[in-house]
Design a protein around this ligand. Sequence first.
Ligand SMILES: [Zn+2]
Length: 412
Amino acid sequence: MIIGAVPFAPGVSPPLVVEPSPAADSPITGDSRPYDLLIKGGKVIDPSQGLEAELDVAVRGGKIASVAPAIPEGQAEQIIRAQGKIVTPGLIDIHTHVFPYVGPYGIEPDPYCVRRGVTSVIDAGTSGAFTFPAFRRFIIERAATRVRALLHVVSIGMVAGGTPDMGELEDLRYCVPKLAVETANQNRDLIVGFKIRFSEHYTGPNDLEGMRRGRAAADEAGLPIMIHIGGSYTPLKEFLALMKKGDVVTHSFNNHPHGLLDSSGKLTPAVVEARGRGVLFDVGHGAGSFSFEVMEKCLGQGFSPDTISSDLYSANINGPVYDQLTTLSKFLVLGMSLTDVIARTTVNASRVFNFGAEIGTLKPGAEADVSVLELKEGEFTFTDSEGKTRTSRQKLEAVTTVKGGKVFEPTA
Ligand SMILES: [Zn+2]
């Protein structure tokens, strides 16, 4: 199915360039130019404001200053020409693993995030109480990408990755709510919730007890918890019963036992009930957790994800995930409108966790986080976590990304 809700053909457009304003030699001095940066002539899609039109975006002092038609070029120090491109709030990916070198999962954030359209990410539990200080000091504080963390309820985090028989919840001695809460409280600027993984090979029979301890930590800290589902020892409904409004289920559309669907392909009553009381359902694609078939069955029952995230980590950056924009493109293939896709990685994502900054919107005063994207036309094949493919005529790619007013070009 090819989307039709947002008619927009990039067509032939001049290559995008970042350049000084052409009026730089004019008598106007730098001091009199009201804007640092002007993103000119793109199609702005900002679901937070219901905006979808050809507009210019002006930036001053690291914040959005104005979104309006035909802002004169002479008013800005630097121009990004975005004719034929799509301009959105900086994209947000709420499930990544960007804590490298401690365990096998993590990747460096900047090459895969801020240089590929994603200005803010959540690291979903790579670190635990014992390893978070290193994540903070050596990665988060040095990254250009805005990184916030869900602290693993298990203090060793994901240092063992997927090593057989070394799953982090196989030994409950490492799962100490008090340690997780203490670390969260000492790092409230960066830790925005908790994470825990429930697949039998990471937990043995301990998953439900892990959920109880995660619940206790989340309640004591007053933060949400994200749970990883798919192939759990205990049925999903037992975990859902312990989840509250604002908590997040990730890997929602996997094709492993104890998923969202019953054996006839229908959403289970526990899932419908959980959504009804405000539990959120996220994609978290990953190497093993996203099935086109399951997603299609859910969409067919009116159940679309609240947020779209990549679950980017070392074993999937060369496929099938690649990056967040590839993940988003898969939803265009599934028939979701471009606006609905952008909403799930901007405004929706910004509301799930407290990023400590106004993001996910191009409202004046918000962080100057802006993604300039291209909707490429051609013949593209997309692969899910089961090796199944879908072909499409469209693919989203990053052109230029602005984070806090600073410009980042894609890495080669
Ligand atoms: Zn993950």
